[in-house]
Design a protein around this ligand. Structure first.
Ligand code: SAM
Length: 226
């Protein structure tokens, strides 16, 4: 292992230990996944030395890679299992999709939709250089409408703040499926776990405050005026 990789690996171990001790990581499965995925490969080159600080980082076009504790909280709530088909809305850097891929592989996969083409390219490159492109497909589009050709999904992960749960995403969730989505205004939201029971009933539970960039699209917020 190159010296750089060893340094990053140690930093990642320390971060995961900290997220465990603070109660954000609750399962060995999520701990293992976050230990495996090299976050420094998903941030811009000049920010690599901050990859294992528990904070969001800019990835261009006014967007961010979420803070590791938020990735941990959302992944624990989502509870992806081997074999699951997962839809992510908001690929960003591709990091969270890679963490979920660790939990659904080898038979499951992740379809992630990104509205900004440059970021979709950034995510694709990051996933390719780390080998996660085998399990993750990156698409460009408005993820508020989901992605009907691959529906229904066992799990849906929305990584941008929505005004409400998009109806299309509810429709594309399997009975027995789970969705994690921040719901609120353009700046502050609450994390919701939305479950569809086997007989199609929808249950929502709130899991604390968060601050995501807005989900912009037909079933989200309107594009900001420029
Ligand atoms: N999951 C990402 C990661 O691991 O780096 C972080 C996502 S970032 C907080 C939110 C992303 O959602 C941004 O890249 C933004 O462009 C994207 N986004 C916002 N509205 C969207 C929409 N309607 N469809 C798809 N992506 C959207």
């Amino acid at each position: 292992m190159a010296e750089d990789d060893k340094v990053f690996r140690r930093a990642r171990e320390r971060l995961v230990e900290r997220l465990k001790s603070l109660g954000y990581i609750r399962s060995n499965r999520v701990a293992e996944a976050m230990l495996k995925v090299p976050r420094h490969e998903f941030v811009p080159e000049d920010l690599r030395d901050r990859a294992y600080v528990d904070s969001p980082l800019p990835i261009g076009r006014g967007q961010t890679i979420s803070a590791p504790h938020m990735v941990a909280i959302m992944t624990e709530l989502l509870d992806p299992r081997p074999g699951h088909k997962v839809l992510e809305v908001g690929a960003g850097s591709g990091y969270h999709a890679a963490v979920v891929a660790e939990l659904v592989k080898p038979d499951g996969r992740v379809i992630t939709v990104e509205r900004i083409p440059e970021l979709a390219d950034f995510a694709r490159n990051n996933l390719k250089k780390t080998g996660y492109d085998r399990f993750v497909k990156v698409l460009v589009g408005d993820g508020t409408k989901g992605y009907p050709p691959e529906a229904p999904y066992d799990r849906i992960l929305v990584t941008a703040g929505a005004p409400d749960v998009p109806e299309s995403l509810l429709e594309q969730l399997k009975p027995g499926g789970k969705m994690v989505i921040p719901v609120g205004d353009r700046h502050m939201q609450e994390l919701w776990l939305v479950e569809k029971t086997e007989d199609g009933e929808i249950r929502r539970r709130r899991h604390g405050g968060c601050a995501f960039v807005p989900l912009i699209g037909e079933e989200g917020f309107q594009e900001p005026e420029s």
